[in-house]
Design a protein around this ligand. Structure first.
Ligand code: GUN
Length: 294
């Protein structure tokens, strides 16, 4: 079994980005600038956004963190987005999800200028993805594609089972892997909560991508020998033996599955760090596009 080391791979990608930024600085070019909007005090969201801002610093990007209180109205958040859309110093920005219940997520995502939508969540960018047009690929699926590519894992003609149909991971993942592209050309099955006989499907899969958000859901009896396993889960499970009171669990029962798999992503240290690296890559892309425009 070989570990798909997202920590090391993302460090490599960040080093490549830092190199590009240092060339930009030498050429007196403005460095990329990412803004992140965080509404409320969701613990996991605060951790993720903090990690994104820190990663910006590491590669030499500018970053702006906009923290808004939980009771921020939808209109106030739309105003913030309007300002970011019109601020030419900002190349790209994200609004961390989930949002408080009183704010309609779709209204917010649709208000983001697609050219600054480095999360790739705007319908325009999702549409472009489905049509094989240049776009911002959302960071988690993009990170998984990059891992598969950098580890030279064959995907062409392989059977991939994606468990989960979320807009952020499962849906774009299934599109990407069926496309004519590196780490693509696969035959993809999308499984979800209404899928019957899931084990029958996963047992035929060369690659399983578990993105359903249920800790340790995928067990070794559900996969075939030498399958490639990608674990997207990052659930906080209460654990009184830990100082912070919880542990991070993936969607895969790593202990048993890793005995049978050929490649597997650990949690933490697999898909998670890749997500941040790919957000930086998208921000760099937004910067290069804006320099063409201005
Ligand atoms: N919440 C969980 N994952 C993500 C992500 O990739 N982007 C944003 N904006 N929110 C998230």
């Amino acid at each position: 079994m070989i570990l798909l080391d997202g920590k090391q791979t993302s460090a490599q990608i960040k080093a490549e980005i830092a190199e590009t930024v240092s060339t930009m600085v030498q050429q007196n070019k403005r460095v990329p600038h990412l803004a992140a909007v965080l509404v409320g005090t969701n613990g996991a969201s605060m951790t993720y956004v903090g990690a994104k801002v820190k990663a910006c610093e590491l590669v030499g990007f500018e970053s702006t963190l906009i923290e808004l209180p939980e009771e921020t109205s939808e209109q106030e958040l739309l105003d913030t987005i309007y300002n970011l859309n019109n601020n030419s110093d900002i190349d790209g920005f994200i609004v961390q999800l989930p949002l408080p219940k009183h704010i309609n997520e779709n209204h917010i995502l649709m208000a983001i200028n697609p050219d600054k939508d480095v999360d790739g969540f705007h319908p325009m960018n999702v549409g472009r993805l489905t049509l094989d047009l240049p776009t911002f690929i959302s960071a988690t699926p993009y990170g998984i594609m990059e891992l598969l590519e950098r580890y030279n894992i064959p995907t062409s003609g392989k059977h991939v089972v994606v468990i989960g149909r979320s807009h952020i991971v499962g849906r774009p993942m299934s599109i990407l892997m069926s496309q004519k592209r590196p780490a693509g050309n696969a035959t993809v099955t999308v499984a979800h909560s209404r899928t019957k006989n899931l084990s029958e499907l996963t047992k035929t899969a060369d690659i399983v991508i578990a993105a359903l958000g249920m800790p340790e859901f995928l067990t070794s009896d559900m996969i075939k020998d030498d399958a490639v396993i990608i674990d997207v889960g990052i659930t906080r499970v209460p654990d009184s033996s830990k100082k912070r009171g919880y542990r991070i669990a993936g969607d895969v029962d790593f202990e048993s599955v890793s005995q049978k798999a050929s490649y597997i992503t650990p949690v933490p240290g697999g898909v998670g760090p890749m997500t941040i690296a790919m957000l930086l890559k998208n921000t760099l892309l937004a910067r290069s596009r804006s320099s063409v425009a201005s």
